[in-house]
Design a binder for this molecule. Structure first.
Ligand SMILES: [Fe+2]
Length: 355
């Protein structure tokens, strides 16, 4: 796909690339177009006005948690053609599934396109094309058990795929616009928002996790803030340097016959919320709260341990969109998707990163 005419976030410096490799993440403060961030905030409030009108933009005292009754009502509004409800939520979280819309794509993943190619290699990344004329998305998806599970839960009904993963790539997987469009690389996750005064995750940070499995097409993810995220206000929270440890353990476990989704195992070695390596990382590393003004982007290695932080503020809604750049089937054939015999975590990254 040709280089977009959109304003691009500047390429990373050698120091920044070194930091991505060492820490597994990088915060780029206020790098996104402020006008697009403003539009995305206006769109979010329009969606709130439609779906949860008791919340008023100019009155933070109305931004209380979503009740069970409100949650059930929102959940019932699935689109007829499949996909998640456009607006859903429960307690202190709500989601707007607008991730395949042009605004969200232009705002973040496309503005980071040059950076993504700089890190993953020019011509090796799936372009987020968004919606086609028929209003759906098409892109490649590696059909592991995780992906198949995600398809069923987010599309809302069976679409004829086998219930177990085939561990091969479906090159042109078609998904409805509010479906899991991050799985075929065509959309962001939409807006993931945390309301003020959200509960503490507790001293052991329950809920901290590493996204998906080590095998797959994803390597680089980003979280982009469309509004200010002050400290302790729900920012993306990471455990620095955890990417290499989880990468290594997940591959070891996979080669030993364990899949990320083998939930029935009494002791699973890697891939879940309570695996030994996760506990070890929590015990040895202080998490870092990625705060920043509107337009801030956090880039992270897909295996890093993270969670959406507690929003301890009274008057901030944490508003983030998340996207994972995928390697194309041509650049990363299936044989390599399920293989990491040399253990090299940077094998599928650019020469600049590997250098
Ligand atoms: Fe996550």
């Amino acid at each position: 796909m040709s280089t977009p005419s959109l304003k691009q976030v500047a390429p990373l410096t050698a120091n920044q690339i070194a930091k991505v490799k060492r820490d597994g993440f990088l915060v780029l403060k206020a790098v996104l177009d402020p006008e697009l961030c403003g539009q995305a905030r206006d769109d979010m409030w329009e969606a709130i006005e439609t779906h949860l009108p008791r919340m008023k933009r100019d009155d933070p005292s109305t931004w209380g948690p979503i009740t069970a009754e409100e949650s059930a009502r929102l959940k019932a509004q699935r689109p007829a053609g499949g996909g998640d409800p456009y607006f859903s939520g429960s307690e202190h979280r709500f989601t707007v599934r607008n991730g395949a819309e042009e605004l969200l794509l232009n705002l973040a993943p496309r503005a980071l396109w040059q950076v993504a190619e700089q890190l993953l290699g020019e011509g090796t990344v799936v372009w987020p094309a968004g919606l086609d004329e028929s209003g759906s998305t098409t892109g490649p998806c590696f059909m592991c058990d995780d992906a198949v599970g995600g398809l069923v839960s987010h599309v809302g009904h069976e679409m004829g795929w086998p219930s177990k993963g085939t561990f091969t790539t479906e090159k042109a997987l078609r998904l409805p616009k509010t479906g899991p469009v991050w799985l075929n690389g065509q959309g962001t996750r939409g807006l993931y928002c945390t309301l003020p005064k959200s509960p503490s995750p507790g001293p052991d940070y329950r809920g901290a996790h590493s996204d998906g499995a080590c095998y797959g097409r994803g390597r680089l993810q980003m979280s982009a803030y469309i509004d200010d995220v002050p400290p302790n206000s729900g920012g993306f929270t990471v455990w620095p340097k955890s990417h290499t440890r989880i990468w290594r353990e997940q591959w070891k476990a996979f080669f030993a016959g364990e899949k990320h989704t083998d939930k029935h195992l009494a002791v699973r070695r890697a891939g879940g919320y309570t695996d030994p390596v996760i506990g070890q990382i929590k015990a040895s590393t202080q998490p870092f709260d990625c705060h920043g003004p509107a337009g801030t982007v956090v880039l992270w290695h897909t295996k890093i341990l993270h969670l959406a932080g507690q929003n301890a503020s009274d008057d901030v809604i944490r508003q983030a969109t998340i996207y994972g750049f995928l390697k194309t089937p041509a650049a990363l054939p299936d044989a390599l998707v399920v293989d990491n015999t040399n253990g090299d975590i940077w094998r599928d990254w650019s020469d600049e990163v590997r250098g």
